[in-house]
Ligand binder design. Structure first.
Ligand code: SF4
Length: 420
């Protein structure tokens, strides 16, 4: 078998005391020596085929076919790739696999939300959540195993960063969800005997219609892998989901926002949560590095923002912390000052064991929402989903990872201090 060198992008160093320690990709070679094609673009698959001995023309054709089967049809078994010559299939099978993240636990909430605990080939656990609604189904995708940013309201923030997920581990979540929902197109490929109808390939009637990069981790601290995975999701020959149906949420990694808009062009969401410096410094500590004005200017400059594709500001409602009338008015003032095409998502705080905050009262949340709405800015209150299986916003944290003793002590002390 040819010796195959797999070229994967490296993670990106960003200087600064609250930035992550750059972790190596940490992709462990398979014991059987085969190369996993999941997460690789067409060009890389073609390159690997050439390296394994196919001539350039054959490698290009096989690369195109295999790419289509993997990402557009969800097929992971070479023997089912029916337009590839029968004699060719064992050759592929001897050298390559098409993997999927391993499912460790699958949970169903009483409100229909589903959560999966997944495991990478080298034994790291992470989660994804599917939230069905009447008119859409949204998959909340994880970008990192753990997080470096320690947002105070977020359970994942109490985990240490283990490593960045690879493009395969990120796009693999979308593919697993399609597997679970039975949503791969049923028609045949071009040039084959079966007729392929438009309905087989449109998003109409699908359960999984939208993706949000809002699972565990800060996607802009794993930018290249997230970008490469989303390109596979958006590729018309791949998972074929429009960029308008994908939202990337950042806590405010300002230097990466413009690049993200230019290179991926997905919708932007920002974990804002306060417009008062001292409060945001506490709740979203990256604010100490990239302040509110810098962040809002980066939003104003975000390439694909428009009235049709507004920026979403996520705002978790924390009792007596960020929920006053003055907070709401200041939020409105800043959105207007920066002329932002914006909507505000008000999120009732989801408690988790050891959390130091409480949720604002329903009356307070309603009043806050009214003030923003009255200024002409949409500010719906998000209905908590999947609370019974810890799948709601800010609660994602793998059951497999226990908090260290020191973390538990720190949280207990903070809670004590906050209570008075
Ligand atoms: S909110 Fe996002 S960026 Fe902040 S700690 Fe949680 S996972 Fe990390």
């Amino acid at each position: 078998m040819a010796d195959i060198d797999i070229q994967l992008p490296t993670s990106m160093p960003i200087a600064g005391h609250i930035d992550p320690v750059v972790t190596p990709r940490g992709v462990t070679a398979r014991p059987d020596g085969k190369v996993d094609l999941l997460g690789l673009p067409r060009t890389e698959i073609t390159r690997l085929f050439t390296e394994a001995g196919l001539d350039a023309k054959a490698a290009k054709l096989r690369g195109k076919q295999v790419f289509h089967w993997i990402y557009h049809r969800g097929i992971s078994d070479f023997d089912s790739m029916t337009d590839i010559a029968k004699a060719m299939r064992p050759w592929l099978d001897a050298r390559f696999v098409v993997g999927r993240p391993e499912i460790v636990v699958s949970q169903h909430s009483e409100d229909g939300t589903r959560k999966w605990l997944l495991r990478t080939a080298d034994g790291h656990d992470y989660e994804m959540v599917f939230i069905p609604d009447a008119d859409r189904g949204t998959l909340c995708v994880t970008s990192q195993e753990g997080c470096t940013l320690n947002c105070r309201f977020c359970h994942t923030g109490t985990m240490r960063l283990v490593r960045n997920l690879t493009p395969g581990e990120i796009v693999g979540q979308v593919m697993l969800a399609r597997d679970a929902l039975g949503e791969w197109p049923k028609g045949a490929m071009n040039g084959l005997d079966d007729e392929e109808t438009e309905g087989d390939y449109s998003a109409d009637g699908r359960l999984l219609t939208n993706i949000v990069m809002m699972g565990m981790g800060e996607p802009l601290y794993n930018y290249e892998n997230v970008r490469d995975a989303l390109k596979l999701v958006m590729d018309n020959e791949g998972l074929a989901l429009s960029k308008r149906r994908i939202t990337l949420s950042t806590s405010g990694v300002v230097p990466m926002m413009e690049k993200c808009g230019e290179e991926i062009g997905v919708n932007l969401a920002v974990s804002l949560h306060s417009v008062v410096k001292e409060v945001r410094d506490e709740i979203v500590p990256i604010n100490r590095k990239y302040g509110i004005e810098q962040l809002l200017q980066a939003c104003a400059d975000y390439p694909s923002a428009s009235n049709a594709r507004r920026i979403t500001f996520e705002y978790v409602m924390l009792k007596d912390k960020n929920d006053s009338d003055d907070d709401a008015r200041e939020l409105v003032r800043l959105i207007k000052q920066y002329k932002l095409p914006a909507k505000v998502n008000l999120i009732p705080f989801n408690p988790w064991p050891g959390a130091i905050y409480e949720c604002s009262t329903p009356e307070r949340i309603r009043r806050f929402s009214e003030i923003v709405f009255d200024a002409g800015i949409s500010a719906p209150v998000r209905t908590p989903r999947g609370r019974d299986i810890d799948a709601a916003c800010g609660q994602l944290k793998t059951a497999a990872q226990k908090m260290s003793r020191a973390d538990q002590d720190r949280l207990a002390e903070e809670k004590q201090a906050a209570l008075g």
